[in-house]
Every structure is written in structure tokens, then in C-alpha cells.
Ligand binder design. Sequence first.
Ligand SMILES: Nc1nc2c(ncn2[C@@H]2O[C@H](COP(=O)(O)OP(=O)(O)OP(=O)(O)O)[C@@H](O)[C@H]2O)c(=O)[nH]1
Ligand SMILES: [Mg+2]
Length: 315
Amino acid sequence: MDISIVIPLLNEEESLNELYDWIVKVMQSNRYSYEILFIDDGSTDNSWNVIEKLSLKDNHVKGLRFQKNYGKSQALNAGFKEVLGDVVITMDADLQDSPDEIPELFNLIKKENFDLISGWKKKRYDSKIRKNIPSKLFNAAARKTSGLKLHDFNCGLKAYKNTVVKNIDVRGEMHRYIPVLAKNAGFTNIDEKIVVHQARKYGVTKFGIDRFINGFLDLITIWFLSKFGKRPMHLFGLLGTLMFIIGFGFAFYLGVDKLFFHTTSRLITERPEFYLALATMIIGTQLFLAGFLGEIILRTKSDTKRYQISTKINC
Ligand SMILES: Nc1nc2c(ncn2[C@@H]2O[C@H](COP(=O)(O)OP(=O)(O)OP(=O)(O)O)[C@@H](O)[C@H]2O)c(=O)[nH]1
Ligand SMILES: [Mg+2]
């Protein structure tokens, strides 16, 4: 199979038929073999009925329905597990991404052998203050920490080589950083392509202002995970040992001074060095323990199920 289209969605009933028709038109005119996988993430509108109807008339259409809303990352992860196509293309369900981009994305992956091509909504059609400016800041921070030269990490329209999606684990709200996850998994041939972006035609936006707060926290997590995720002891153990040595140094100095030199008549507990010694030794031990516990958790963790699929069509 040439292409798998993966479409995570939440309450997008008005857009689905139009999106489906458009994708099929592109697929047929290019003679691709394909599948379209809709992941309904606990929609409360008619989205699932629409998907069921589409699947009845066309067996290229596949569907996954979550028991409740687990988030876009979980939906993508579930979709990635199912896909069969050599090239996997994700897109938003709200008609803001154009299926006309598919052939070029396909060629970049298939012919030019890229691992991942991320869409870049160079010209955006949404609110400047609420979206454009925060998004610029956010992308700059992501570029700095990840070393990837992308302008638009969070674009819903992306194309992947099949092996890439099978080797990454998208969880939490990490869908904003899939290129970073791919890079950390060893796929470095990553680039971007300018794509057209359209104003939302139906429905309402699904992400509020908390996207930016959570986004930045996730960025720190991902930076940490990529550097120390598999070896927490190397960070916490080092910091803990350093703190402990500093504390021990102060305590040693106080003891020697008291016993042999008597430079002051003050009690040890009246000297600031005493409190520094106390605090740094305690913090040092705590940090060391944090690293140690992290290592134990890493070694014993079992992969518990993070989402529940209630219905499958054609999968
Ligand atoms: N699976 C899943 N998909 C979601 C969720 N929230 C949003 N989506 C889908 O993700 C895509 C992007 O969400 P949008 O609300 O359009 O976000 P946006 O494009 O940044 O915002 P707008 O410009 O206002 O449309 C759409 O296809 C949504 O249906 C969710 O919780 N789970
Ligand atoms: Mg949108």
C-alpha cells in the first residue's frame, strides 16, 4: 500500500464528508493505493456515525473509536499502530490542511527518501494574539532545545516513512513534538515543506490557552527525556553527589575549626556555615535518591494501557 492517511478528530461532523471526498479525489487522480484511518477520540456529536457511513460505502475507510476523550497524542499513537502504507500522512479533520499537498509530500518521502516532512503553515489564517505570536515563541524554544530547524512543529499535516511511526511512542500531549521524538529515535532526515493553511470552515477550535502552558512544560520534559530519560542517575546522582560534597566540606570545616583552631567563641549552631552544610547535605541525599528511584522505576515499569478502543472498523 502506498499511503495511509491518519486523521485524529474530536467533534468534526460537519467537515468529515467534505474532507473524505477531497482526499479520494486526490488519491484517485494519482492512482495511489491507500487507506483513510479516522480516529474518533470520544466525540459527542455525530462524527462516528459519519465515519461508519463512509466505511460502509468505501472499504478504504477505517475507523477507531475511543471510549472517551484521551487526547490527540493517544489518537495518533493508536492510528500509527494500525497503518499499513509505506508513507503515512497525518492531517487535521477540520479542512484547514489541504489534501492537495499529499502528492508532493508522498514524493518527498518516497523518492527523496526523507524520514519525516513537517508542514509549515507559513501564512496562517487565525488570531494574531491568541495563536500566531505565542506559536512563534513556542517554535523558537522548540528549535533551540531540539536542534531541529523547523518553523512549525505543531502543524497537523505531516508525512512519515512507515518505520518512523512504528518506532515512536506519542503520549501525553507530545503530538506537538513528533519531529523531536523521531529525531530521538534515530531518524534524522527531517525537513519541512510550506503548506497552505485555510481558515476553519466549520466547528470550533478544540485547544484553549492551556496549550501554551502545557506545551512549554512538555518541551522541558522532552528535553530531559532525550538527554537523561534512560539514565536519570547520571543527572540526579551527579547533582546529589556534588551537593553532598559541598555540605560535607562545610561540616568538616566547622568541625576542624571548632576542635583545633577556636577562631570564634560562637556555637556551631550559630554559624551560617552550619545551616548551609545541613541544607546541602539533605538536598544532596534527596537528589541522589530521586535518581536512584528513577532508575528502579525505569527497570521495573510495565507498559500499562493508556487508552481504550471501543469500536474498530476494517482494522
Ligand atoms: N483525537 C483528538 N483529536 C483532537 C483533539 N482535539 C482536537 N483534535 C483534532 O486535532 C485537529 C486540530 O485541532 P483544532 O481545534 O483544529 O486546532 P487548531 O487547528 O490549532 O485550531 P483552529 O485554527 O481554531 O482550528 C482537528 O482535526 C481536531 O479535530 C482531541 O482531544 N483528540
Ligand atoms: Mg484547526
